[in-house]
Structures are given as structure tokens and as C-alpha cells.
Design a protein around this ligand. Structure first.
Ligand code: FES
Length: 576
């Protein structure tokens, strides 16, 4: 696959800086205006650093400094770094959900790289949607690109107990509700659960997608698990800056790296991690940008053949800091060698097999050996049936095993507000065997498929000691959540999918082993209800929301915009 080495005249930036015309006078004089000298750029690749730092994103609060470390590496290797801020999707802050804006960041990344004189890109992300968004944008632009994962924060701490992002929030909130911990305890947990920069440190969407980026070959080997606060993280940032300059001369592009084999590697890693269900949306969307045909069936087939190895919350016991000390992703991948495409090329310029050749597991409690997995199958399963003709997903590793095969009567909430108003009502007709259903929480209905899929257990059921029930929605669920939650039901209820037609008392069957999700009503009854169904009112009359509503696809297609999918060529901007 070796390509001819690029010459300076071949670079995109040459059209801005290298030619001698009226426009290039402007480019050069305006760069000189900032105090740079011609020596700073002449003959060098321009590297765009797409930085999602923001004061409202705690997961990226170290990115201002990390961008300087990336620049150090770029200067060292003979490149010209240009930092370009992009919208920061801050999971804990943005409403209704960052998922509404993933495609906006992807578009911004792509168009920043296209409209400016970038020869290569360093992508700085990590908080949930930022990773897929930046990789989607870079894939569509297809100039040499490399990802700097934000890295997880250190373990949370409360009275000597380790606390995990999200997971322990849900757990202790339930205990507070039923009086098992005090208000003071809760306040102390709030003080201790997030105490350094970095992403969530449970195997939520952020570590899942940062690990996916590494397994895809888009980060330096071992980068994804380095805690944000560790000095190795700063060194990784500098090394990344050095590497991207070489990648430009080598013309190593995202389409060379993110191949079908690379996506299979990423899905395999997600399964072995017990990773977030959100991966089933994001990896499908990312693959769609590269013309790689990945669907939910591929996830399911890979899940069935991949052992679950990483004992990390919410499915397991440990946290990302422990995973890093146990050897990180290269160590886990070294246990999966017979399941991975080891000849896939990574941004290192070597193969995945070469990248992980020396890796080993240092703590077999945290990263299990393949011969003694936590379970023989991966963490996610894809379900189908008359309730989800286009599929749904469940994180089987985070369910109460007794609920993996279950039939019970539906308790239906027509939307999130209805659920909030009634779920703790003492008169709600619900038992521990009921199946809780949330409608109108999908891509259009939420909008943005908010992470509402871990429906709260009704208080009166919690008080009996029950901590899990079957819950079904077209929403997503935080990767830090747990429980028997069927998610991403497609098509969604807002557009008339069968989930919209379920009524209180209908019997609903979940059978994870058989991959079935079914409502026990006849086809005739389903057709009658469908004929009587009226579509809800559209949510947006103007603005980005209307663009979103006009172009968003369903969960099984990755929720990309239809106009952004595919590999049709986009012209380079004209010189003038
Ligand atoms: Fe940013 Fe979890 S909130 S990664």
C-alpha cells in the first residue's frame, strides 16, 4: 500500500502559501501579521489541530495545555501547527442531548479542514459524541488525520470507596430515594465523584469510543486508556504531533486506516470491553462515511464469537485507571489476536499486529485472559421482532441474568414528561414483572435519542429491594448505565414504529439468547392500531432543529444525516 512520498508542491497548503499570486500575498501577509516568519511555514505541512476545548466541558479541560503539547511535536517534526476551535459537546451540560449535535460537529470538522489550508489534522476529543463526530468529519475530508483521546479521569473517591462516573450516581440516587443513605452522604459523593480532568472513567461511551478509535487504528498505540492527569498523556500528545507530520508526507489517510477490517477490530474490542451500546450507533455512522457496510447483524455476529474480558463498571468491578495499569487496550487486544485483523494498518504506519506485539496483561482480575473470560460472549446483543423490525440493542453484560428471558405486561409512558410525572405514583399499576415502555424518545421524538433508556425503577418497587426490571425504549442509554434496558428500537415511535402502538397491559417478550423482542398481539390488531395512529406534531419550525429533523436517519443507520452519508467526492475549494 506504499504511496509515493509527497513533495511540498503536492500539499494542499501549497495552493495558499507556495504559489505567487494576489490571493497568496494575502495569505502570507496575514500570517506574518500574527508574528510568524516565512521560515515557520515555508516548505512545511500545515497541521490543523481541531480542538474541542471549552470552559463548559470538564472532560476536555486539559485540552488547552494538550494543544500546546501537540504543537511542540509538530514543530519538532517540521510542521506548521494551526489550532482551530470546534464546538465542544459537553455531555454533562448540553440539553436535550449532545447527540443532537454530533453531526453538526462532524460537519464543522470536515468543513474546517476543507476550507482552510490543512494538509493533516490532529483531532482532539473524547467526551462521548466528540470522538465519532471528529472521526466522521475527518473520514469525509480524508486528509491524513490522527486522534488525541482526552483520556479518562482518575477514580472517584468517597470515604475510601472508589466511585465510578454515572454508574455510582444512579446507584446512590436509588439508595437516597429509599433512605439507605443520607443527604450528607449524597453531598459528599457529589464532591468526590469527579476530581480530575478527563472523561468518565467507567466503560461509558467515552472510553468505549476512545478505545474504538484506537482499535480502528486512528490513535497512537496505547493512547486511549492513559488517564488525562498522567504525564504520559502529555507525552502522547507531543508524539501525536510528531507523527502527523510524517503521515502527511506518507499520505496515510483515514480511508487507508479505517477499512472494513479495522471496523471489525473496533467492534470486537467493544464486545470484549463490555462497551457502551452507543457504539452500535456511532460505529455504523462512521462506517457509513467510508462506504464500509457495517450493520447491526455484524455487531451481533461479532458479539457471539468474542469473549468479554474487561472487568470494568458498569458491567464489571474496576475503572479505567485500573485498566490502564493492567496494560490498557494493547494488553486486551493481545488476548484477542485470533479474533482481530492483525494486518490492519494504523496511524503508526505499522500493522496492528506490530503495534501490540510486546503488549501483555499485568492484572488478570481487570483484564481477563481469553482462556478464562468473564463470559464467552460479548457485551451487546441485537434484538428483532414485531416490536423492533429494524432492530434494537441490549447490553446483556449489564443485565440481571434472571431477566434475560422474560414476559410481562407493559406499562406505557407516552414520553419523558409522562414518565417523570407518573413513575413514582403509588397508584401506578406496576409490579416487578411489568415491562416499562418509554415512547417518543428516539432520533426525531427525543429529539436526538436522549440517554433516557435506563428508565427509573418505580419507587414502590425499589422499596421492595428490586433493582432491575425490563425496560424498553427508542432512546439511548448512557454507557455508564446498567440494567435490563432494551434500547434504540427502530423504527422509532415518533415516526409510527410499532413501539408507538403498544398499550398498557399488552404482554411483551424479551429473549436475549434467541435475540427476540416481541409484543404478543396479532398482526391484525397491530394493523388496526397503526391505522388509528396519528403522527405527533413536528418539534422544530426553524433553525438547526429543522435541518436535523429533515435529515436525521434512524438508529440502525447510525443517525447520520442522509446528506452526509456515503463517499461521493466533494470538490476542493477554488483557488480564488
Ligand atoms: Fe464527558 Fe462522560 S461526561 S465523558
Amino acid at each position: 500500500m506504499t504511496k509515493p512520498r509527497k513533495r511540498y508542491e503536492d500539499l494542499r497548503s501549497y495552493r495558499w502559501y507556495g504559489v505567487d499570486d494576489l490571493r497568496s500575498f494575502g495569505h502570507r501577509s496575514r500570517t506574518l501579521q500574527m508574528g510568524y516568519s516565512r521560515e515557520d511555514w515555508a516548505g512545511k505541512p500545515v497541521i490543523g489541530i481541531v480542538n474541542t476545548w471549552s470552559e463548559i466541558n470538564p472532560c476536555h479541560s486539559h485540552f488547552k495545555q494538550r494543544a500546546e503539547e501537540v504543537k511542540r511535536g509538530i514543530w519538532q517534526a517540521g510542521g506548521f501547527p494551526v489550532e482551530m476551535p470546534a464546538i465542544s459537546l459537553s455531555e454533562p451540560m448540553q440539553k436535550p442531548t449532545t447527540m443532537l449535535y454530533r453531526n453538526l460537529l462532524a460537519m464543522e470538522c470536515e468543513e474546517l479542514l476543507r476550507s482552510y489550508p490543512c494538509d493533516g489534522a490532529v483531532l482532539m476529543g473524547g467526551c462521548d459524541k466528540t470522538t465519532p463526530a471528529l472521526l466522521m468529519g475527518a473520514a469525509s475530508m480524508n486528509i491524513p488525520s490522527i486522534f488525541v483521546p482526552a483520556g479518562p479521569m482518575l477514580r472517584g473517591n468517597w470515604r475510601g470507596k472508589s466511585l465510578g462516573s454515572g454508574s455510582d450516581t444512579w446507584k446512590y440516587w436509588a439508595e437516597l430515594k429509599v433512605g439507605n443513605i443520607t443527604r450528607k452522604d449524597w453531598d459528599e459523593i457529589e464532591d468526590g465523584i469527579a476530581r480530575t480532568p478527563g472523561t468518565c472513567m467507567t466503560m461509558g461511551t467515552a472510553p468505549t469510543m476512545m478505545s474504538s478509535a484506537e482499535a480502528l487504528g486512528m490513535t497512537l498505540p496505547g493512547a486511549s486508556a492513559i488517564p488525562a492527569a498522567d504525564s504520559n498523556h502529555a507525552r502522547m500528545a507531543s508524539l501525536t504531533g510528531r507523527r502527523i507530520v510524517d503521515m502527511v508526507w506518507e499520505d496515510l489517510t483515514p480511508t487507508d486506516v479505517m477499512t472494513e477490517q479495522a471496523f471489525e477490530n473496533a467492534i470486537t474490542v467493544v464486545m470484549a470491553l463490555g462497551g457502551s451500546t452507543n457504539a452500535a450507533v456511532h460505529l455504523v455512522a462512521m462506517a457509513g462515511r467510508l462506504g464500509v457496510p457495517i450493520d447491526l447483524e455484524r455487531f451481533d455476529a461479532i458479539s457471539r464469537r468474542t469473549p468479554w474480558l474487561a472487568d470494568i463498571r458498569p458491567s464489571g468491578r474496576f475503572l479505567m485507571e485500573d485498566f490502564y495499569y493492567a496494560g490498557g487496550l494493547p494488553a486486551m487486544m493481545s488476548e484477542l489476536k485470533d479474533k482481530l485483523h492483525l494486518d490492519a494498518v494504523t496511524v503508526s504506519g505499522k500493522t496492528l499486529g506490530e503495534d501490540i506485539a510486546d503488549a501483555d496483561v499485568y492484572n488478570e482480575e481487570v483484564i481477563h485472559r481469553a482462556k478464562s473470560p468473564l463470559s464467552a460472549e460479548g457485551g451487546l446483543a441485537t434484538l428483532r421482532g414485531n416490536l423492533a423490525p429494524d432492530g434494537a440493542v441490549i447490553k446483556q453484560s449489564a443485565c440481571d441474568p434472571s431477566l434475560l428471558k422474560h414476559t410481562g405486561p407493559a406499562v406505557v409512558f407516552k414520553d419523558y414528561n409522562d414518565m417523570s410525572a407518573r413513575v413514582d405514583d403509588p397508584d401506578l399499576d406496576v409490579t416487578k414483572d411489568s415491562v416499562l415502555i418509554l415512547q417518543n424518545a428516539g432520533p426525531q421524538g427525543g429529539p436526538g435519542m436522549p440517554e433516557w433508556g435506563m428508565l427509573p425503577i418505580p419507587k414502590k418497587i425499589l422499596e421492595t429491594g428490586v433493582r432491575d426490571m425490563v425496560r424498553i425504549s427508542d432512546a439511548r442509554m448512557s454507557g455508564t448505565s446498567y440494567g435490563t434496558c432494551v434500547l434504540h428500537v427502530a423504527p422509532e415511535s415518533f415516526v409510527g414504529g410499532p413501539l408507538a402502538l403498544v398499550k398498557d397491559g399488552d404482554m411483551v417478550t424479551l429473549d436475549v439468547q434467541e435475540r427476540i423482542l416481541r409484543v404478543e398481539i396479532t398482526e391484525e390488531e397491530m394493523a388496526k392500531r397503526k391505522a388509528a395512529w396519528t403522527p405527533p406534531q413536528r418539534k422544530f419550525e426553524r433553525g438547526f432543529g429543522q435541518i436535523y429533523a429533515n435529515h436525521i436517519t434512524q438508529a440502525d443507520k447510525g443517525c447520520d444525516f442522509d446528506v452526509l452519508m456515503g463517499t461521493a467526492p466533494t470538490p476542493e475549494p477554488e483557488i480564488h
